[in-house]
Write a protein that binds this ligand. Structure first.
Ligand code: T4K
Length: 369
């Protein structure tokens, strides 16, 4: 039987490298609560991402949730429905109201031309997503935010290592939140980071992730426990040494896909953006059923039969998900809704070989009319 190919596979260091990295945790017995590995990883990530400030959290979701809380926002947040549910949950769980803006048909990111029509006197922020590693139109978004005095918080879960015009993507907007989940380009097993420009809000986030504790006798805000532990930080220190190599391997797989699928009628490849240094986080393809000869769901099933597990990221469109559909009409964001039925994310990870890619593409070509 042919081996299973899953949508992704975690990048990991050599076993011995990780064991070496965690030895001093045994000696110190310091396992969590902003220990030495946590502090070291912060410094290394600041240098790698080219940002002046960064804080670590248990996961990307808590980075989003606590960043919104630290910024003391209230009212409406304009966001995209074409994302992982976490983005919207972070807004809602802060008592804020998500307002959905449709996406740009090329980049799948928030369409800046549709933002201003959604601004009301209650709007406090814009929360776009650099989905699949595609960079949002940061210039247009930030010009609108400036004009209307709104905060911009990027969900940067997919863009680790991406640069725009030579600048680390985390340096745009008022804040950016990364995910270091096992499935991401760079992982700390579970983990995340928040980059907040305003030093006061950044300081608040540092306390919020530790229950809001200011010092041993004062607790001045209400926060959860969202601290990254030392074992996760150690995994991060190891993975960071290899991340450039892992991205280069992803590029080889992406190049192979592009070559194999170049002229397949009805299958659109992801855009290649000018001025962007990509990270090849995901490999989305858009299926036009009439021209391809089969719809996205049918293709997904055919791949499954061949032991290839592509995923429908991001279906359902968030405003059509059960927990939001009573309050929103997904038809208000027609492109996002349409694409949620047409995009398939093909397997993409550093260890995906060119033979694997050719095997996947052979199934796809076979399904093509
Ligand atoms: N914002 C955006 C835009 C996001 O995409 C995400 C997370 C977040 C915010 C929140 O960040 P975190 O709080 O998660 O840090 C996965 C991930 O759990 C999630 O992190 C990710 N986005 C989302 C897009 O995908 P599932 O339910 O699809 O994962 P699962 O368990 O089906 O795994 C997918 C594949 O990954 C498996 O088939 C094999 C591989 N895998 C998985 C795990 C758990 C590994 O190789 N190793 C592993 O340990 O959600």
């Amino acid at each position: 039987m042919e081996k299973n190919i899953l949508v992704t596979r975690s990048s990991m260091p050599e076993y011995e490298e990780y064991i070496e990295e965690i030895k001093d945790i045994w000696d110190s017995r310091w396992l969590t609560n902003m220990g030495a590995k946590h502090q070291k990883l912060i410094e290394e990530l600041k240098a790698y991402l080219g940002v002046e400030h960064l804080d670590l959290l248990t996961n990307g979701h808590m980075a989003l949730e606590l960043t919104l809380q630290a910024l003391n926002l209230s009212g409406e947040v304009i966001t995209t429905p074409f994302t992982f549910i976490s983005t919207t949950h972070a807004i809602t769980r802060n008592g804020l109201t998500p307002v959905f803006c449709d996406i740009d048909p090329e980049t799948y990111t928030m369409d800046p031309n549709k933002i201003e029509a959604l601004i009301t006197e209650k709007t406090c922020a814009i929360m776009p997503v650099h989905v699949y590693g595609n960079v949002c139109d940061v210039e247009a978004i930030e010009a609108i935010a400036k004009k209307h005095n709104l905060k911009v918080i990027y969900d940067a879960a997919h863009v680790f290592g991406v640069k725009y015009k030579g600048k680390g993507i985390g340096s745009f907007g008022d804040a950016s939140c990364f995910s270091f989940h096992a499935t991401k380009v760079f992982n700390t097993i579970e983990g995340g980071a928040a980059i907040i420009r305003d030093p006061e809000a950044a300081e608040r986030l540092y306390r919020l992730k530790d229950f809001g504790i200011l010092d041993s006798e004062r607790i001045d805000c209400i926060g959860p426990n969202a601290k990254m532990n030392e074992f996760c930080a150690a995994m991060g220190l190891c993975n960071l040494r290899h991340v450039d190599g892992e991205i280069a391997k992803r590029k080889a797989a992406a190049d192979c896909y592009r070559k194999e699928l170049a002229v397949l009628e009805g299958l659109r490849l992801n855009c290649e953006q000018a001025d962007v240094t990509p990270n090849y986080a995901y490999f989305p393809v858009l299926i036009d059923p009439d021209r391809f000869g089969m719809n996205r769901d049918e293709l997904c099933e055919k791949l499954k039969e061949a032991h290839i597990f592509a995923r429908k990221y991001f279906y359902p469109c968030v405003n059509a998900a059960e927990c939001y559909s009573d309050r929103y009409n997904a038809e208000d964001t027609p492109i996002a809704l349409d694409y949620s039925h047409k995009v398939l994310t093909l397997p993409m990870f550093a260890d995906l070989t060119e033979d694997d890619v050719r095997r996947i593409c052979a199934v796809i070509k076979n399904c093509h009319k």
